[in-house]
Design a protein. Structure first.
Length: 216
């Protein structure tokens, strides 16, 4: 079983609990929210009402000022997805927007649906290959957390346009190869869920665990 994390503290802390070697992937980092980083949706709406409306108008293509769009994130994650296709069992510890992109790929979801896929915090998603797709099982880790999911707006706001909203990013810095980190501490978990994924052939067994954690 391989273990992959982002380079953000909350995923690394989770991996360290397992007491096994893991790889850090910079491209698994959460979507870059630019000037809205670490702000709640309510705070964004209050501080940047136009940006909030632009995001509701087209969440997939909307790019945070100084940050990324879901479209950018999908492009960034391509190397990870291609590597998942080649691997066997993999445990991926990642973030909400990243999880949505991976799910959308393996479940054949549209770009329109991708930003609204439900990926609760502190949850494990098991993807099992089945005929013509994947079966998803969600395991709640029973850790208290806020609900960060937003449903699709019932009414689409009037069309607004902003510079560079629809231009994909292309940065070599985003696709650095992972580094291997060996963890010497003994594991503090008595058991680890075994999970599976992918658009792999049915004969190929593969495991992916995707877990959400908030910063401590």
């Amino acid at each position: 079983l391989k273990v992959w994390t982002s380079q953000l503290r909350r995923t690394i802390q989770t991996a360290e609990e397992l007491g096994v070697p893991y790889e850090q992937w910079k491209i698994l980092n959460e979507i870059d929210a630019g000037i809205c980083e670490e702000m709640t949706y309510e705070k964004i709406k209050e501080t940047y009402p136009e940006e909030y409306s632009l995001r509701d108008q087209d969440k997939y293509h909307y790019r945070y000022p100084g940050g990324e769009s879901y479209q950018d994130l999908v492009q960034r994650l391509e190397p990870v997805i291609m590597e998942l296709e080649r691997q066997g069992n993999v445990l991926v510890i990642c973030h909400q927007a990243v999880m949505r992109c991976l799910l959308a790929y393996f479940l054949d979801k549209s770009a329109d649906d991708l930003p609204y896929l439900k990926c609760p915090l502190h949850a494990v998603l098991k993807l099992t290959p089945v005929a013509y797709g994947c079966r998803v099982n969600i395991f709640d880790l029973k850790v208290e957390a806020v609900n960060t999911h937003q449903d699709r707006p019932l009414e689409v706001p009037p069309t607004l346009l902003r510079r560079n909203s629809f231009t994909p990013l292309s940065s070599q810095d985003q696709v650095n190869r992972p580094r291997l980190f060996s963890v010497g501490n003994p594991p503090r978990l008595t058991s680890v869920p075994v999970l599976s994924t992918s658009r792999f052939s049915e004969a190929q067994e593969s495991t992916v665990l995707i877990q959400m954690l908030k910063d401590i």
